[in-house]
Design a protein around this ligand. Structure first.
Ligand SMILES: C[S@@+](CC[C@H](N)C(=O)[O-])C[C@H]1O[C@@H](n2cnc3c(N)ncnc32)[C@H](O)[C@@H]1O
Length: 273
């Protein structure tokens, strides 16, 4: 598929991450041997792996696969992987990573809302941090496509940041966020009106809610939302030592008071066909 002409700055940034990674892999392939899950520090990681097990011979489609790191890890555990991403260079980088790691994986450029696959072809459709880049209508189409390509009894597993509380959303927008290692610029405070507006114009992402994710999956027979990351909201305000303990404290908190999940920053949604 040819890339669209009107690529957003956010998407160009992702594509650039694909092309630079491709160059690095070609120069030093050994550096890119996958030894562990790249998502192992993510709050949803253990729960996601539980839902994916057993991985051996599972047919997984990962949409918005980026540079394919997580898919390559799943491949090392015996899954048969197909990955798609809007970015041609991202798909090429993922392909190169699979080659270096000698795993059974195929990657192609495709939009999550128009999948070039036959019906009922996969056991799992996976998307990590992808759907919040899609408009509401686009997201609903992507879930319809996921449903179509899943076998009966298969699952779509979606990990996304969410904001279910307007008040907490506003509070978090008041605090500037430093630039990230993945080339994402500093996010100003909403009080810096001009800078805030300019920053928003560079993004193609938006705030999702658990309600929207549930509603968009109405055609699935079951939708389970698992929430994570309540205390993690405080990470910019606490000491380095406490920051390291937040994931563990978060898990304990949500075990004792699951209703607080409403204030979580991340969800893992399990859609069962
Ligand atoms: C935040 S990155 C996440 C990448 C990867 N899933 C990960 O967890 O590292 C978002 C990815 O979604 C891809 N993407 C955005 N819109 C898409 C769409 N409509 N269809 C497929 N991929 C899309 C981007 O190219 C980018 O690679």
């Amino acid at each position: 598929m040819a890339p669209p002409d009107d690529i957003s700055p956010d998407q160009s940034r992702w594509n650039e991450l694909g092309s630079s990674r491709l160059r690095e892999m070609r120069q030093e392939p050994e550096r890119f041997r996958i030894r562990e899950s790249p998502h192992k520090k993510k709050l949803h990681h253990a729960a996601l792996l539980d839902l994916l097990e057993p991985l051996k011979d599972k047919r997984i489609l990962e949409v918005g696969c980026g540079r394919g790191e997580f898919g390559a890890f799943l491949g090392t555990q015996g899954a048969h992987l197909i990955g798609t991403d809007l970015g041609l260079d991202l798909a090429a980088a993922a392909r190169e990573l699979a080659r270096i790691n000698e795993i059974d994986a195929r990657y192609l450029a495709a939009d999550a809302s128009a999948l070039p696959f036959a019906d009922a072809r996969f056991d799992v459709v996976l998307a990590v941090n992808v759907l919040h880049h899609l408009s509401e209508a686009h997201l609903a189409r992507a879930l319809r496509e996921a449903h179509r390509v899943l076998r009966p009894g298969g699952s779509a597993l979606i990990c996304e940041p969410v904001e279910n509380s307007r008040v907490l959303g506003l509070v978090s927008a008041l605090v500037p966020k430093p630039a990230s290692g993945r080339g994402r610029p500093r996010r100003p405070s909403i009080l810096e009106r001009k800078a805030w507006k300019a920053f928003q114009e560079t993004l193609d992402d938006r705030s999702l809610s658990s309600r929207e994710l549930r509603r968009a999956g109405a055609r699935f027979s079951q939708v389970n939302v698992h929430s994570f990351g309540v205390l993690i909201r405080l990470k910019r305000f606490v000491s380095k030592d406490l920051r390291k303990r937040l994931p563990e404290l978060d898990a304990q908190l949500l075990e004792r008071a699951p209703w607080l999940g409403r204030f979580g920053r991340h969800v893992l949604v399990e859609y069962r066909k």
